[in-house]
Design a protein around this ligand. Structure first.
Ligand code: SAM
Length: 272
């Protein structure tokens, strides 16, 4: 744990403290600069260097949002460093192995940049989409870098996630009274509507897995580009609106060159 490193005492502990590079891992919300919390803005203003990922295509728009956030909220001189993100190999049957290898390459990139661009004792900011705790690898990657021996400590500042924005924009509660909510991926949903669940939020679905499950008695609340001027919302019985969502999604993806979407599936009647 990073806090254990801070609890070192004595001369060598103080030496390590002074040599520490520090990261502020800041949740920036899911697409609207107004999602930035007061805590996120304060953290951003403590950074000496802001590391901005460059993920190519999709992602020029997402990079633009991060730059807008810096320009709007940072009230002192700051430096930005662009971080190239390596491509992930196709997952095939070894999903965990492929992701592990990808994370190792990302971590190596960041480690080099932290050594070169962040002086000992300085603060670097990483602007994480939505909330850092939800389907984001940043925390796992910084742990990996710390484990290589770099003196690194970090704070995590929570952000508004796309899950919360989806619920707010559709004006719904995520759970039925006293019932759980499952958050999963399109990849997992492809195996069918999870047994025993009532309300299931699906993220990271590039394959429209909702169209491959039995649609009877399921409602869907779908949202794309949430929080941005291009936001699209569709809700209804899955059997009625699945085709419409597929068409709207394909056309929006064509227009923008990328898409981010998320949805809640809910059994029309509570599970017995
Ligand atoms: C890598 S995950 C990042 C999640 C992020 N940490 C969060 O808290 O929302 C990316 C997935 O989040 C969802 N997502 C993030 N932002 C979104 C947005 N503005 N509109 C719709 N879905 C979004 C999509 O399901 C997308 O595939």
């Amino acid at each position: 744990m990073p806090s254990r490193q801070l609890a070192c005492y004595g001369a060598s502990g103080m030496d390590r403290e002074a040599r520490m590079r520090r990261l502020l891992i800041i949740g920036i919300g899911a697409g609207d600069p107004d999602h930035m919390t007061v805590q996120s803005i304060k953290a951003l203003n403590r950074a000496d260097v802001v590391f901005l990922p460059d993920k190519g295509e999709e992602k020029a728009a997402l990079r633009h949002l991060r730059e807008q956030i810096c320009a709007r909220f940072i009230e002192k001189p700051y430096r930005t460093v662009t971080v190239g993100t390596p491509q992930r190999a196709a997952a095939g049957s070894d999903y965990s192995g492929v992701v592990d290898d990808w994370h190792a390459r990302i971590a190596a990139n960041y480690e080099r940049l932290f050594r070169e661009e962040l002086a000992e004792g300085q603060y670097g900011a990483l602007l994480v989409w939505g909330d850092p705790a939800l389907y984001d690898s940043t925390l796992r990657i910084v742990e990996r870098i710390r484990d290589t021996g770099l003196a690194l400590d970090w704070e995590v500042i929570p952000g508004i996630s796309s899950v919360q924005v989806l619920a707010a924009r559709h004006k719904i509660a995520l759970n039925r009274i006293g019932e759980p909510v499952m958050i999963t991926t399109g990849r997992k949903l492809a195996a069918g509507f999870p047994a025993g669940q009532d309300s299931v939020v699906v993220m990271l679905d590039g394959e429209q897995a909702f169209a491959r499950i039995a649609p009877e008695d399921i409602d869907i609340y779908w949202g794309a580009y949430l929080g941005t001027p291009d936001e699209i919302l569709i809700a209804g019985r899955l059997v009625d609106v699945a085709g419409q969502i597929m068409r709207v999604r394909a056309s929006a993806r064509e227009t923008h060159g990328w898409i981010m979407d998320i949805y809640l599936l809910r059994r029309s009647k509570p599970a017995p």
